[in-house]
Design a protein around this ligand. Structure first.
Ligand SMILES: Nc1ncnc2c1ncn2[C@@H]1O[C@H](COP(=O)(O)OP(=O)(O)OP(=O)(O)O)[C@@H](O)[C@H]1O
Length: 508
């Protein structure tokens, strides 16, 4: 068995994170391998799970005026032949709730803030109606232009996630004249620009690299019709909000009244919802599938009380039971990611790691080795918490609890996707994690999980109450425009999501 070496190569984070020419660091030469061309690889997908049909039982709430009627089937979505064919080849038989409601809303030209649980198909909910519109308008990529004018821009917070979205866009646009392109930090800028100049209709990017390429005059915004913020709450928290403001005030960016703005996430703190409204037309629709910020109930959640010094032993014990099943282990810092991955390798557990200090080449290799099963254990920081859709991830371990409950929801959502079941085990250290206890109890209860009595005690003891963590967000249940706050606790500051993720990913 091959053991994947994990420690950070170092040095890649600074420049890669800040984008070529900004940080003044060494030139990034990395050019990623081209994505697979064979049809079987383009359309490779995993099966929906036994709980896929249960999605239909989830309560859906659409608020705002004149919302269009939901569709029940992909046929009703009115997709053109090539797009329909690609949907079928992707193994999609029926739409998930966020697709049933989101597709007609987007097709009707409405702005949308959509919230649906992890792994429930939000990506296709925005890609399909956008691609459908571009195809029916006969949009085609042109490689004869020195400035590319994409019709859609999609933004996501991490490099791996935006690459995944790009691959989904490429899959659905397969065999058509619509060309998606991806730009993100940590790869050679010249290569990126050459890719953009080959023709670009749907530009997928991380914020830093997008702004960079727009600033270089390689991308014009005059034809832009769609702006999509995936993981919208993360894109608008303190880490990325300035970049988003810069993006929407870039020269040529159509005003919000002239473009369609679409936001998707599994979590939406209320303060972020209010801020997001700045980017949307006033009559935007708010789509909530289930409880906003709730965890996916297909993930079996276990919380174990562990003190800091017993965590490594506990992890080893746990990994003995998971065998070669794919497991993501989340830790708080880049250093501990290296440390734990090295420890596991020494213990003969084939492990790799991903975090913001690893070079992009290493990050992509780590993800590749994990996807292929060569290294069934991936130790990760919050950089891998959101959006990543990796087949066969059966287990998530929170070696360190995250500092916010939303981050917890995203992390455990790496398993139990698309109707499949999964398991999340979290090491709760009362010394450091007590502030999260209350919101954790609510998330567990909301997902019909067993709540350990010791956790309840911590959460609602005098100690737990006085020590209530302002960062331990309790989820809202619906559209903030309805006026109600759904929290018993005071409103949370916008900083709550940023700490871990922002210092880990820095500036993409
Ligand atoms: N209608 C469908 N039928 C079958 N599979 C689907 C369908 N919609 C999406 N999928 C698949 O389900 C998986 C999860 O979808 P996706 O990554 O879009 O989830 P998500 O809601 O964006 O999750 P997250 O909140 O973690 O970002 C993907 O592999 C996707 O291809």
């Amino acid at each position: 068995m091959k053991f994947c070496v994990s420690p950070s190569g170092g040095g890649g984070g600074g420049e890669g994170a800040r984008g070529f020419g900004r940080g003044g660091g060494p030139k990034v030469v990395y050019v990623p391998p081209p994505p697979p061309e064979e049809e079987s690889s383009v359309f490779a997908h995993y099966e929906t799970g036994i709980n896929f049909d249960k999605y239909d039982d989830i309560l859906v709430d659409v608020s705002g005026s004149n919302s269009p009627k939901a569709i029940m089937t992909f046929e009703e979505a009115g997709l053109c032949e090539s797009l329909s064919r690609n949907v079928t080849k992707s193994g999609y038989v029926k739409p998930t709730p966020v697709q049933k409601h989101g597709i007609p809303i987007i097709s009707a030209g409405r702005d949308l803030m959509a919230c649906a649980q992890t792994g429930s198909g939000k990506t296709a909910a925005f890609l399909l109606p956008i691609l459908q519109q571009l195809m029916s308008d006969g949009v085609a990529a042109s490689k004869f232009s020195e400035v590319q004018e994409p019709e859609a821009i999609i933004v996501a917070p991490t490099r791996e996630l935006i690459n995944q979205i790009y691959l989904e866009a490429r899959k659905f646009a397969y065999g058509t004249c619509v060309r998606p392109v991806v730009v993100y930090g940590g790869i050679n800028t010249g290569y990126t620009i050459r890719e953009v100049l080959k023709g670009c209709n749907v530009l997928c990017g991380t914020p830093g690299r997008l702004l960079d390429i727009i600033g270089r005059g390689k991308v014009g915004l005059s034809k832009l019709r769609y702006l999509v913020l995936d993981e919208a709450d993360r894109m608008l928290d303190m880490g990325f909000e300035p970049d988003m403001r810069k993006l929407v005030s870039s020269p040529g960016m159509p005003a919000k009244e002239e473009r369609q703005t679409l936001m998707f996430s599994a979590t939406y703190p209320e303060d972020i919802q209010r801020l997001a409204a700045d980017f949307l037309k006033t009559d935007y629709l708010f789509l909530a599938v289930g409880v906003v910020g709730g965890a996916c109930s297909d993930v079996e959640q276990h919380i174990i009380q562990v003190d800091q010094y017993s965590k490594r032993e506990q992890l080893l014990e746990l990994l003995k039971t998971t065998g070669t099943e794919r497991t993501m282990v989340f830790v708080e810092t880049k250093r501990s990611a290296d440390f734990i991955a090295t420890f596991l390798c020494q213990e003969k557990v084939p492990t790799t790691s991903i975090h913001g200090d690893r070079e992009q080449r290493e990050r992509e290799k780590a993800l590749g080795d994990f996807r292929s099963g060569q290294c069934p254990v991936l130790v990760a920081t919050s950089v891998a918490a959101r959006g990543l859709d990796i087949e066969h991830v059966q287990h998530v371990v929170n070696f360190d609890m995250p500092s916010s409950i939303d981050e917890y929801v995203h992390r455990i959502g790496r398993t139990g996707r698309c109707g499949n079941t999964g398991r999340a085990v979290s090491f709760f250290n009362p010394e450091s994690d007590t502030p999260l206890a209350r919101s954790l109890v609510k998330v567990l209860a909301g997902a019909q999980q067993e709540v350990p009595s010791w956790l309840e005690e911590i959460a609602f003891s005098a100690h737990g109450t006085t020590g209530f963590n302002p960062y331990g967000k309790v989820f809202a249940s619906t559209d903030t425009r309805k006026g109600g706050s759904f929290q018993k606790e005071p409103p949370q500051p916008a900083v709550q999501n940023t700490s871990a993720a922002a210092d880990d990913e820095e500036w993409e």
